[in-house]
Write a protein that binds this ligand. Structure first.
Ligand SMILES: [Zn+2]
Ligand SMILES: [Zn+2]
Length: 324
């Protein structure tokens, strides 16, 4: 089932003060067949597909976007900020404010310290930069809307009939939906890796170290991350991060593809940073990156860390949280 519905049901179904170990579910998709992996992963991403559908149906001002006008830009901005409020705000409230986790999954917190027990410093910084992230996401969307609506030569035209009138076209459309999550993971790895030490210098400068010091270190201020840490980035990092949506410049895409990629970038950091093991977000892999820094730059599904030797096992973190 999809995030966050399945997670909420599983957390609330744990008997209070019992050590219900919802972690037993084996989510190591590498052990599944490809078809099962595609199915399970996309069932979990169903929330993004639903949001994509409604955003396209009701808040996709493709006609108005021919000319720059605050009215349609605000439609896009408010829809995006509404998504931030509901999903980021809602998940933060559920895990850190509501008390629903008390007696249920406190022992699943990777770092038992409450990072928000600091007089509000962390949450103010994280909400501010996450909101700036949604402004950047809106900027990318508005530029694409404008280019598409003007039939600009700088972008491949979009198509409106998702399934088309041939098997090949239907296959192309569905295939592009299925690869978005993997493309996003690979793109994220390279953008992110570039902002950590390269361990070699060009004209006496380690560009990765420079980018880390002046840009990416802001994201790492969330050493003990929570839901709002995910998009808490320097605006330059936001810019690099959202370039994942620009496949539309090079391939013929339906607006669904663009919106799905964008919402994946908007929303997936929530579960990836929420600070809890399953049945909450369960990203021990990225938690280790925040706590140790020089490892696990990507995601477990696209094994680039394994290929480039920066993989650190998340089993230790999981074992530690299970024991508590
Ligand atoms: Zn990093
Ligand atoms: Zn992070």
């Amino acid at each position: 089932m999809t995030w966050p519905v399945e997670n909420i049901i599983r957390i609330l179904s744990i008997q209070k003060n019992a050590n219900g170990d919802a972690c037993n579910t084996n989510n190591n998709n590498l052990k599944q067949g490809l078809a099962a992996e595609l199915l399970v992963r996309h069932l979990r991403l169903f929330t993004y597909l639903v949001i994509t559908y409604f955003a396209y149906q009701y808040t996709w001002p493709i006609e108005e976007a021919k000319e720059w006008n605050l009215k349609w830009v605000l439609v896009v901005l408010f829809r995006n900020l509404f998504i931030e409020f509901i999903l980021y705000g809602g998940w933060h409230w559920f895990l850190y404010v509501s008390g629903f986790v008390n007696g249920r999954i406190e022992h699943k917190k990777f770092n038992p310290e409450n990072q928000y027990d600091d007089g509000g410093k962390n949450i103010v910084r994280e909400v501010t930069f996450t909101t700036l992230g949604f402004f950047m996401s809106t900027a990318f969307e508005c530029v694409v809307l404008n280019l598409w609506s003007r039939k600009s030569i700088y972008i491949v035209p979009f198509y409106s009939d998702f399934f088309g009138n041939s098997f090949a076209w239907t296959f192309y459309s569905i295939f592009h939906v299925l690869i978005v999550a993997y493309w996003r993971d690979a793109h994220f790895y390279f953008i992110h890796r570039a902002m950590h030490k390269w361990n070699f210098k060009i004209f006496g400068i380690d560009i990765g170290y420079f980018l880390y010091k002046y840009v990416h270190s802001l994201h790492h201020k969330s050493k003990n991350p929570g839901p709002f840490s995910g998009l808490s980035m320097h605006p330059f990092e936001h810019f690099l991060y959202y370039t994942c949506t620009l496949t539309c410049l090079f391939f013929p895409l339906h607006p669904y593809h663009f919106l799905y990629t964008k919402f994946h970038a908007d929303i997936s950091p929530i579960a990836g940073h929420d600070g809890y093991d399953k049945p909450a977000g369960g990203s021990a892999f990225h938690y280790l990156h925040h706590s140790l820094v020089d490892c696990n730059y990507g995601t477990p599904m696209v094994p680039l860390d394994y290929m480039f030797g920066s993989l650190k096992s998340d089993e230790k973190v999981k074992t530690k949280t299970k024991k508590k």
